[in-house]
Design a protein around this ligand. Structure first.
Ligand code: GUN
Ligand code: ZN
Length: 435
């Protein structure tokens, strides 16, 4: 079936360049009425629709819609799905009171399988087709996640959380442990179909120096794998890291010294980074995940996206839902909150900036921009169809927009899962609203 040739018809948007670094109007590719031809799970061609171009093809027509590259979520925790919206704490207390108990339940593989199934269904319903996902410290939580992702044929990055201190005993790796299990999971899953592995030390406070260094060695042993962790999220966390690693020059320096920076390293948050740390991210090719709904929910602070993307030393940047501190699966909601955070920093995140971050920007952060993040020939056919008539209010409000940029901005301000009419994964319809 994957080899079958078929096509989608509708308006498209896609980015060919980074609007933070080039004129946004040049960075955007837009066809008001396009034919996207799909073959063997890839995009074979994209161009203006015509009867001749569509001849002989089975065409699914989406009028009153916008076809986008599938959204990329660069930071999310699937085991926290059962605890979204847990009340009343900042980061460190929230971890102890809600997160660790929720993650302990993943000792039960049946629970892991059930949550993985629900999580991936929600992700696709929100239009997200690739995510960098934290599992728990249980190898079975990774097994369950990749098994479900492989079944759906989604391109996912995931890994076993590494922790050997400062967390409940039932979640800790034994001294010297966790690495062999991670290595075995890499062997089983990295590069199997569309699955990719991320070495995943939770964050500096929950790993010993020895475990961080072992994680760095494991990562280097397996080229093409990822490294994901948290960085500079809350003031109390940063003070704690300073206490635990008194000789490190900065929070990021803790990771650098353990060999945890470089291409395919993805750091969640990075809210309170110094100029030196931004430079170090740029120089090493490390990426940041901006998680606005989470940062507002936990009261962690206001990420400076335009500082991160400064043209003389731009840092690779994607958006993250960071569920379950994040409060929505929807990249449209995340984009809308990223705009508000930028407002509070006295900067202005346009719709083109935001849609870039949720698509090509995320793909570049993950070094996957040759495969996903664009509607372009040769790219994997992961697509989302946004319904411009999804709600009466959206339909009504879009009627007052004068151009595409205004329409996109209204979509990210009013939009959520209801706007996602269909999601295609490697050319196949994987989720459909009401379907
Ligand atoms: N820092 C360490 N672990 C976590 C987590 O699970 N969520 C968030 N938001 N920050 C963290
Ligand atoms: Zn996180």
């Amino acid at each position: 079936h994957a080899s079958s040739r078929h096509a989608l018809r509708g308006a498209t948007i896609s980015f060919r360049a980074d609007p933070f670094l080039t004129d946004p109007a040049d960075a955007l590719e837009h066809w008001p009425d396009a034919l996207v031809v799909i073959e063997a799970g890839h995009i074979a061609s994209v161009g203006p629709w015509s009867a001749e171009a569509a001849a002989g093809l089975t065409v699914t027509h989406y009028p009153d819609a916008l076809l986008c590259p599938g959204f990329v979520d660069t930071h999310v925790h699937y085991p926290q799905t059962p605890m979204i919206g847990a009340y009343g704490e900042h980061l460190l207390e929230w971890l102890e009171r809600y997160t660790f108990p929720a993650e302990a339940a993943f000792a039960d593989p049946a629970h892991a399988a059930a949550v993985a199934r629900l999580f991936l269904r929600e992700l696709l319903a929100a239009g997200t087709t690739t995510a960098a996902v934290y599992c728990t410290s249980h190898a079975a939580s990774v097994e369950a996640f990749f098994a479900e992702s492989a079944r759906l044929n989604t391109r996912m990055i995931a890994g076993k959380v590494l922790m050997d201190r400062h967390a409940p005993g039932n979640l800790l790796d034994p001294p010297g442990g966790g690495i062999a299990e991670s290595r075995a999971l890499i062997g089983r899953w990295h590069g199997r179909g569309r699955q990719l592995y991320a070495v995943t030390p939770r964050f500096a406070p929950t790993s010993s120096q020895a475990q961080l260094e072992a994680a760095g060695c494991l990562w280097r042993e397996h080229p093409g794998t990822y490294l994901q962790t948290h960085l500079s999220e809350s003031p109390a966390e940063i003070a704690w890291v300073r206490e635990l690693f008194p000789t490190a020059e900065s929070y990021l320096d803790v990771y650098r010294r353990a060999g945890l920076t470089g291409p395919r390293a993805v750091f969640g948050h990075g809210i309170h980074l110094s100029e030196g740390e931004f430079c170090q991210c740029h120089r090493t090719g490390s990426a940041l995940a901006h998680c606005p709904t989470s940062n507002l929910f936990l009261g962690s602070g206001l990420f400076r996206a335009f500082d991160a993307k400064r043209a003389d030393r731009p840092v690779r940047l994607g958006l993250g839902s960071d569920l379950g501190a994040g409060t929505s699966f929807s990249p449209l909601r995340t984009m809308g909150e990223a705009y508000k955070v930028a407002q509070l920093n006295d900067t202005r995140l346009s719709a083109l900036h935001a849609f870039y971050l949720a698509t090509l920007g995320g793909a570049e952060a993950l070094y996957l921009d040759d495969r996903i993040g664009r509607i372009a020939p040769g790219h994997e056919a992961d697509l989302v169809v946004l319904d411009l008539k999804a709600t009466p209010l959206l339909d009504f409000r879009l009627g007052f927009c004068r151009d595409l940029a205004e329409r996109l901005f209204v979509l990210m301000t009013l939009g959520d899962e209801r706007v996602v009419r269909a999601t295609y994964v490697a050319g196949m319809l994987a989720a459909e609203r009401g379907g």
